[in-house]
Design a protein. Structure first.
Length: 138
């Protein structure tokens, strides 16, 4: 499968015949494994863009057709396998230890992300050591 121009950092099955890959070329690619006799299609079905991923491994998780990834802009992005643009994004602000208020810190990045089973609950962590539980509203 050829489609990324830089390092591939993650691959995950979306369902039994669809695979998503994440790369430091700022894209996620969706692959249909059932489109050829060998189970390998040379070009992706979709390229997902909107998040920033040039150097860090920002996490990738899938659930029920939704694909969640982190970004080097300290944001969480959620895509659906049917749409090339994000269906949701969330700025992962940090809490100022002095004031207790949330502050934007774009020098941080999302480092890990995981769906809670087949639910709409998403857990994300960033490079500053913060963990947040997010609920995707549909």
């Amino acid at each position: 499968m050829i489609g990324h121009s830089k390092t591939v950092s993650y691959v995950k099955f979306v369902d039994s015949s669809t695979l998503v890959s994440s790369s430091t070329d700022n894209t996620l690619k969706l692959w249909d494994l059932s489109m050829s006799a060998s189970g390998i299609n040379e070009s992706p079905l979709h390229s997902f863009t909107g998040h920033t991923n040039l150097k860090n491994f920002v996490g990738l998780s899938v659930s029920d057709g939704y694909i969640a990834t982190g970004s080097e802009t300290n944001e969480v992005f959620v895509y659906h396998k049917a749409f090339p643009m994000p269906v949701m994004s969330y700025m992962f602000n940090n809490t100022d230890s002095m004031s207790g208020l949330e502050v934007d810190d774009a020098s941080q990045f999302i480092s890990s992300i995981c769906w809670r089973g087949q639910s709409s609950t998403l857990v994300a962590a960033n490079s500053n050591g913060n963990i947040k539980i997010l609920e995707m509203m549909t």
